[in-house]
Design a protein around this ligand. Structure first.
Ligand code: HEM
Length: 341
């Protein structure tokens, strides 16, 4: 009876969830053990036309698009471990918080997880079929995602490949310590420095080339490294806002979409130049020792796949690691302070 009810619910959900954010497989929180209908899941009240967007209005809104963790905590406290939100009519998000529920979701999803993010980025890339085959690793789902993912992780997870980058990574970090950490006149906010370190490491690994070598002139806002960091940052900052919300960018070029487009065009120009140079050097010297060389020589991916992957690597490699290092320092600082107290 229970299985039958579950299957009935699933049939209904799978049938109507084309625009649902999470393909929720089972609305059973590991805590409650009570199976619920989709529309029984508690959550913020959704109004006709505006959904729950009114809750995200500046000043009087309860949630903020760029404070995902705060929104989550507020929802968890108010509605419990499984929360349903119809953010705009027809687009439902189900928030799950408990690691056991997240684990269950991943297990049930199987080989092809369904993610729904980086949608405006996907639109941009799909509008340029002469440059990209797909929207890239993050927005692509299903078999196409698996084709890309399998090809790209093959080399990345080889110990031999990692070993090939140990010495170069050491050199970059050594230079960073000498030129930036040991210099005089340090500032309180170390984030711009860290961004440059992770840009240099990512650029080196993605393109087999050095970019800035931490020269003082690179701190100028017009330098190549500053422009690249800004482009990646502009794109990443627009993702959450273009994914959630009314998605007006689907109808016309909103300022957020323009920001993604401009940043992307900048990174793309660099990626196209460097990937094409690498291809020429492989043809003339027959060397494919690097990650980029391996990808370009692979039968599983073509030139356009590699360009997309290279842009993804630059987008994902700068802000993420900088943020993690900052969070880590914050935790260490808190621990030291508590120990001193
Ligand atoms: C510590 C820093 C990092 C964190 C916290 C982080 C976090 C994540 C998370 C949570 C995802 C999964 C997104 C999803 O499937 O919905 C992801 C995917 C990805 N990350 Fe990172 N990341 C980090 C560093 C990096 C770096 C350094 C690179 C590349 C140089 C990178 C490249 C990617 C790529 C290409 C994907 C897409 C994978 C796929 O969809 O198959 N990430 N990252």
């Amino acid at each position: 009876m229970r299985t039958e009810r579950y299957n009935n619910i699933m049939r209904r959900v799978n049938h109507c969830n084309k625009s649902t954010l999470f393909r929720v497989l089972r609305f059973l929180s590991t805590e409650t053990k009570i199976l619920k209908e989709f529309n029984e899941i508690p959550g913020p009240i959704s109004l006709p036309l505006v959904g729950t967007l009114y809750q995200y209005f500046p000043v009087f809104g309860k949630y903020k698009f760029d404070r995902l963790h705060h929104n989550g905590l507020t929802k968890l406290r108010q509605y419990g471990p499984v929360v349903r939100e119809d953010i705009v009519p027809g687009v439902s998000i189900v928030w799950i918080f408990k690691p056991e529920d997240i684990e269950m979701l991943y297990r049930k999803e199987g080989r092809y997880p369904e993610r729904r993010s980086h949608l405006a980025l996907q639109k941009y890339r799909l509008s340029k079929p002469d440059v990209y085959n797909t929207g890239g690793l993050l927005p692509t789902n299903g078999k196409e995602w698996w084709r890309l993912r399998k090809a790209f992780q093959k080399h990345l997870s080889k110990v031999q490949c990692i070993k090939g980058y140990v010495n170069s990574t050491n050199t970059v970090v050594g230079e960073f310590i000498d030129r930036r950490i040991r210099r005089e006149g340090r500032t309180d906010d170390f984030s711009p420095e860290l961004s440059r370190l992770f840009l240099e490491l990512t650029y080196y690994i993605a393109f087999d080339k050095r970019l800035q070598q931490f020269k003082d002139k690179e701190w100028d806002s017009n330098s190549e490294s500053s422009k690249l960091i800004k482009a990646a940052h502009d794109i990443n900052s627009a993702i959450l806002k273009t994914d959630n919300g009314p998605q007006l960018w689907r109808k016309f070029e909103t300022p957020m979409y323009k920001s993604i487009k401009k940043g992307h065009e900048h990174i793309e120009k660099i990626a196209l130049k460097v990937v094409s140079e690498k291809l020429t050097s492989i043809k003339t010297t027959d060397s494919k020792t690097s990650l980029l060389g391996e990808y370009l020589s692979s039968d599983e991916t073509d030139y356009k796949d590699v360009v997309g992957m290279t842009v993804d690597t630059l987008l994902a490699g700068i802000d993420t690691v900088m943020l993690i290092v900052r969070l880590n320092s914050l935790v260490v600082k808190t621990i030291i302070k508590r120990t001193d107290d």
